[in-house]
Design a protein around this ligand. Structure first.
Ligand code: IMP
Ligand code: MG
Length: 179
């Protein structure tokens, strides 16, 4: 591991402990048997893998990909679905697995999109949530950590596709931004 990128917000052990707790929160409110995790690529990959290992073995995994950033550090608000699901979610208990909720635009779009496909229930788990997302109307959302309105990287989260592999989550410094 090289130099630390940015100011460490959550260390590896802290993330691991919180993910374990979140799995317990999920199994307390959702039926373990038929649960379908819909992970939003690519940011939620690391979280998905760790979370899934803490959940009952029957859980299934599917992927979607959306884009709203187009490379920078602010959402464009124009949320496009780049990869749809390959399976039907009709009658399923669906849990959207997100890395971070910022403005809430991505999540609102996903909720409307998946909600129209007839799931039995639709819930959300996000590792991180920025304060300004508080106003959005999400029926059931489990949040790992509330964070300030800063741009963060690591543990799956990227800045222009960089820094996803960092085992911790840190606040991106000016010096680490692309020229
Ligand atoms: P929203 O649509 O504004 O809620 O943005 C959600 C998406 O933007 C997330 O799923 C991330 O992919 C990305 N995003 C938002 N904030 C950050 C951040 O601080 N670091 C890295 N990606 C972010
Ligand atoms: Mg994302």
């Amino acid at each position: 591991m090289g130099d630390v990128i940015g100011e460490v917000l959550f260390a590896e052990a802290q993330i691991r402990a919180r993910v374990r707790e979140m799995a317990q929160e999920i199994t307390a409110i959702l039926p373990a048997k038929d649960l379908l995790l819909v992970a939003v690529l690519k940011g939620s990959l690391f979280f998905l893998v760790d979370l899934c290992r803490e959940l009952p073995a029957e859980c299934e995994i599917e992927f979607m990909q959306v884009s709203s950033y187009h490379g920078g550090t602010t959402s464009s608000g124009d949320v496009q679905i780049r990869k749809d699901l390959d399976v039907s979610i009709e009658g399923r208990d669906v849990l959207i697995v997100e890395d971070i909720v910022d403005s809430g635009a991505t999540l609102s779009r996903l909720l409307a999109f998946l909600g129209s496909k007839g799931p039995r229930s639709l819930s959300v788990v996000t590792l991180l949530s920025k304060a300004r997302a508080k106003g959005i109307d999400v029926p059931a959302m489990i949040v790992g950590f509330e964070i300030p309105d800063e741009f963060v990287v690591g543990y799956g989260l990227d800045y222009g596709e960089r820094y996803r592999g960092l085992p911790y989550i840190s606040i991106l410094r000016e010096a680490d931004r692309l020229p």
